[in-house]
Design a protein. Structure first.
Length: 482
């Protein structure tokens, strides 16, 4: 059967390809021409038989399964024509006809005034000896507009945060329209805008559509909103920056929050009451608070054979919550719980103060209450367990709430050898309580934040329980930079 539609290299094209294979300049194809000539091409042509239009190339590629076969496309808009297309040619950067094609039957391209509107792509496929010496140059302004596609593919965009249409766009420039956009983008939040010769085309993608920014960041459309998609490496890095480990129980909660679109992490410790103002561009903030530790109880000194061990103070409570920018609002009031003061002699230790984090936005307040102060030690003349332990502070309002631990029991030994062993201080999640004391010694201080002070141990003179350690607030901010 006679082939009625075909394409072939011209003699000029073969000569230029051979020169390129021999180390000369590449064959650079920049245009396609169409015409309505009726003569069957043979390869000796230097131009179309009757050229009717010439356009820069809108797309190019290779034909799957066909060795060294490349294609080039031109796009014909509705208003172009009318054309009867019987021939086409590839034109190189020198203006030479490199390849020529015949279309049989011909392609008819009407214009809207005929009562029929047609627009589409004309494709020409040509076999070369080696595609390594051929370059087909695409003109970005001739790319097929996105709104003509039935399903929007994964596409590169210039920005996901530009709120106003740029003043001097180039055809093909594409943006994700953020919330609260202005100008011709107003009312089109979370849609895609592409600049065309007719102005801004607004496209509503389906959920699951993805876009990429020039720096490699990716966003996926979920429930009508483009959400940052973090790589596993980015999540692991952010978790490490937050001081966590991969098997930490908070990693799942944290990774879900940071995947909403963050690119930077910053941390700080708030050790004194203040108004906290978040970083510009905040997406989420991970807040941890701990209450103050209770002070250790005093030791009541009396002449031998009396002993007097005080109990330690309780540890401060701990609370943790991840707030979105909307939940946090413009600021938060932070109150840091004071350390409980250790008691002397017949004086019990003071309670630790409460630490609170109160956001200005819609999020709930967090509270981490201080540990209870240790009791002073009365005099003992026989073996006895001293006064009762002091409980740790509780916590509320967080996604994680952990009470501080209670203090340890004080012990008194009577008989031939007298000994007083005070109660140790309770611990918080961020601090370790003070250790026991014995004989005639003041209480031992704890370490970290929210630790209870150890109680005093007294045989013959009054001794003082250790102070607790104050509370604190830790904020880890995850914020976006475009």
């Amino acid at each position: 059967m006679t082939q009625t539609s075909y394409a072939l290299l011209t003699n000029t094209g073969r000569a230029k390809e051979a020169a390129a294979l021999g180390g000369g300049d590449q064959v650079v194809i920049t245009h396609m021409a169409i015409g309505d000539g009726t003569v069957a091409p043979s390869g000796g042509e230097t131009e179309l038989y009757n050229e009717t239009a010439r356009k820069t190339i809108s797309g190019q590629g290779v034909v799957s399964g066909a060795s060294n076969v490349a294609y080039s496309d031109i796009f014909l808009a509705a208003a172009e024509g009318p054309y009867t297309i019987r021939e086409a040619g590839m034109i190189d950067s020198d203006g030479d006809l490199i390849a020529i094609a015949k279309f049989d039957p011909p392609i008819n391209k009407p214009t809207p005034d005929s009562g029929s509107t047609i627009e589409g792509t004309i494709r020409m496929e040509v076999a070369f000896s080696d595609l390594a010496v051929v370059t087909i140059t695409v003109d970005p302004s001739m790319a097929v507009a996105l709104q003509r596609l039935s399903v929007l593919p994964w596409i590169p965009v210039k920005s996901v945060t530009t709120t106003a249409p740029p003043g001097s766009p180039t055809a093909g420039d594409t943006y994700v329209i953020p919330d609260s956009a202005t100008g011709s983008w107003s009312g089109h939040d979370q849609k895609v805008a592409e600049y065309t010769a007719a102005g801004w085309a607004i496209i509503t993608p389906k959920d699951g559509h993805g876009v990429g920014l020039p720096d490699g960041r990716e966003y996926i459309r979920i429930s009508g909103t483009y959400v940052r998609s973090l790589s596993r490496q980015e999540i692991d890095t952010a978790v490490t920056d937050a001081g966590l480990t991969p098997d930490h129980t908070d990693v799942t909660l944290l990774s879900q929050a940071i995947a909403r679109g963050t690119t930077r992490v910053s941390q700080r410790i708030i050790a004194a009451s203040e108004t906290y103002t978040p970083h510009s561009g905040l997406v989420v903030v991970d807040v941890e608070i701990v209450g103050g530790g209770g002070g250790g109880g005093g030791g009541y000194g009396q002449p031998s054979p009396n002993v007097s061990p005080g109990s330690g103070g309780g540890g401060g409570g701990y609370s943790r919550k991840i707030y979105t920018a909307e939940e946090l609002g413009a600021s938060a009031a932070v109150v840091i719980g004071a350390a409980g003061i250790g008691g002397t002699g017949q004086v019990s230790g003071g309670n630790g103060g409460a630490t609170t984090f109160t956001p200005a936005g819609a999020g709930a307040e967090m509270s981490a209450f201080g540990g209870v102060g240790g009791l002073y030690g009365p005099t003992y003349t026989t073996i006895a367990r001293g006064q009762s332990i002091s409980p740790g502070g509780t916590a509320s309002g967080g996604q994680i709430n952990v009470s501080g631990t209670a203090s340890g029991w004080p012990l008194a030994y009577g008989g031939s050898e007298y000994q007083a062993i005070s109660g140790r201080g309770g611990s918080s999640r961020l601090g370790v309580g003070g250790q026991e004391s014995n004989e005639n010694n003041d209480g031992n201080a704890g370490g970290g934040y929210g630790a209870g002070g150890g109680g005093a141990a007294s045989l013959t003179v009054s001794k003082t329980g250790a102070n607790g350690t104050p509370g604190a607030c830790f904020v880890t901010e995850y914020w976006r930079v475009e």
